[in-house]
Design a protein around this ligand. Structure first.
Ligand code: FBP
Length: 551
């Protein structure tokens, strides 16, 4: 394996830990708060999580304990999309376990939750771990999107955990994966075992956060990677002055990534899905407002610009949302009939005949490529794969049309030449920023401490993140505390609530304060590449979103 100079240098990086975790393991104590409640639907959740509901928040402080040297066997799973820092979570768990008792064992389930179901695993050793410290990606053990949902899958998880004599399983995942972790924790107790389950908040999307989870890991590195590229493109656009760049950004439903990138780079336009849904804006209105900005900039002699588009946008436009809901339902309920249709023409004709008149008309108007993308398979959690829908191209096409109309009407005489980009996968496996490297290692170490304390059904939590790492506070938040009941596939299911952009929140309000100016006056900021070495103000700063939310 050929290693880059940066990879070799990053092996030497020692992630920072909160002060309370820097001492001997035996000098760390746990404190518990009062019993907790779920955010909604408390009575139903109490029934569903009879053994794990309502536990107290746990916090680690300086003190003492007599459990950290227990011999433990732990299994770890990377679940869902890659996020920079996952390897450091594993490193934190590993180092904690070995520090506590060199005989303790960490095994990694391969390829995500299916590794647990199929007993496909690898034991993590010193040399194996060292190859992956401070590196991006999930290639150490791989990841996957298998959902543990059937009775058989729950039974298989338990059987494998017992066969491997595990004390605990750590699930490193997003909202859906941690919902799974909560269910597994409950199931293991209900089945009379004391195998623990601990979650770790991962996702570049930044939508697994709440009062107690300030950010999910990977968001910091991913947005800094995208912001670098957007800044570079902005400078290119401002140099050549001839292209409009339409940039779709990953993030699934929530627009956190797009918003943070806008705060970092000051583009001319950044669409925020949550605002579009709130204002019930139609696709036509969105297109018209982009075209208006193109016209204004053109009249200032600037036939170029930057437009940021959150990848989930399409699901938030009311008429598209209704269409997608009907398609989801139709493709789930009448899958057998749909699968008999082999040509795209037959599929669209069949779909249109089954949709309501309004949704059928919306579907019919869409370009064939977008129609195809809307008919693609759903992911195992039933979500439309928004990363594969080319909204940026759809918008370019529609803005072009609108500008032709304006040209004909005599209200526009500029030149519009647009390029499309999609930034997503390139941000998920970057070398974790110092923030993510430190945060992830701390989350992993904390997960170990929660296990040593015999806790289950908790999410590893590290807070106070706008302060230097030494001032961070480590602990555990009961998973049931973040849950409510939501309709999924036609029935009410317990889930961890996804955090969308809050329109009255400080990050969005900050954007609103400036967006008018950014639209017309070129105000691009060039963040440059993530820096790993140098002054703290360049290397260790958290995101603007985190800073504003904590201010
Ligand atoms: P997670 O929610 O699992 O962290 O996934 C993040 C994400 O990168 C989304 O932003 C994106 O929509 C999706 O994964 C893409 O999924 P896939 O990797 O299966 O193409």
């Amino acid at each position: 394996l050929q290693l880059s100079p940066l990879q070799k240098a990053r092996y030497e990086y020692q992630p920072k830990l909160p002060k309370a975790l820097q001492s001997d393991l035996a000098s760390i104590s746990v404190e518990f708060g009062a019993a907790t409640e779920a955010i909604a639907d408390q009575a139903r959740l109490k029934e569903l999580f009879a053994k794990t509901y309502g536990k107290p928040i746990a916090s680690f402080t300086s003190g003492s304990n007599d459990v950290s040297s227990k011999l433990l066997r732990v299994g770890v799973i990377l679940s869902g999309g890659q996020a920079p820092g996952g390897h450091n979570v594993i490193a934190g768990i590993y180092d904690g376990l070995k520090k506590g008792n060199p005989e303790s064992v960490l095994i990694g389930f391969k390829g995500g939750p299916s590794g647990l179901l199929e007993k496909d695993y690898v034991e993590i050793t010193d040399s194996f771990m060292d190859e992956y410290r401070n590196t991006g990606g999930f290639d150490m053990i791989g990841s996957g999107r298998t959902k543990i949902s059937t009775d058989q899958q729950f039974a298989d998880s338990l059987r494998v955990a017992k066969e491997l004599q595990l004390n605990a399983v750590v699930v490193i995942g997003g909202d859906d994966s941690n919902t799974n972790a909560a269910l597994l924790a409950e199931y293991f107790i209900q089945e009379g075992t004391n195998i623990q389950v601990i979650g770790v908040p991962k996702t570049i999307d930044g939508d697994l956060k709440n009062e107690y989870i300030e950010t999910s890991f990977g968001f910091d590195t991913a947005v800094k990677t995208y912001a670098e590229l957007i800044g570079n493109i902005g400078r290119d656009a401002n140099s050549a002055k001839k292209y409009w760049h339409f940039i779709k950004l990953m993030g699934r439903s929530a627009s956190h990534i797009a918003l943070e990138c806008a705060l970092q780079t000051r583009p001319n336009i950044c669409l925020i899905s949550e605002e579009i849904a709130e204002k019930k804006q139609t696709l036509e209105q969105i297109v018209n407002s982009i075209a208006d900005t193109v016209v204004t900039r053109s009249s200032n002699g600037e036939n170029f610009g930057l437009v940021l588009i959150p990848e989930g946008l399409i699901e938030f436009i009311p008429e598209m949302n209704e269409l997608i809901a009907q398609l989801n339902d139709l493709l789930a309920k009448e899958a057998a009939e749909y699968e008999k249709l082999s040509s795209f023409e037959d599929q669209t004709a069949w779909v249109i005949s089954k949709l309501s008149a309004a949704s059928g008309a919306v579907f019919k108007e869409l370009p064939a490529d977008i129609q195809k993308q809307l008919l693609m398979d759903r992911d195992p959690h039933g979500n439309v794969q928004v990363s594969r829908i080319e909204t940026e191209k759809l918008l370019i096409g529609m803005v072009e049309k609108r500008l032709v109309e304006l040209q004909k009407a005599g209200s526009y005489s500029g030149k519009f030449s647009a390029l499309n980009h999609f930034f997503g996968y390139e941000g998920r496996c970057a070398f974790p920023s110092n923030f993510d490297a430190d945060y992830c290692y701390s989350l992993g170490y904390t997960a170990f401490l929660l296990i040593a304390q015999g806790l289950t059904g908790y999410l590893s939590s590290v807070r106070n993140l706008d302060k230097p790492a030494a001032e961070w506070q480590a602990g555990g938040i009961p998973l049931t505390m973040m849950m409510n009941m939501e309709q999924r596939h036609g029935s009410a299911k317990p889930v961890i609530r996804k955090a969308l952009v809050e329109l009255d929140g400080k990050p969005f309000q900050e954007f609103v304060k400036h967006r008018q100016i950014w639209a017309t006056q070129t105000s691009y900021v060039f963040p440059g590449a993530i820096q790993y070495y140098g002054p703290a103000e360049v290397c260790d700063q958290p995101t603007i979103t985190l800073g504003l939310e904590r201010s």
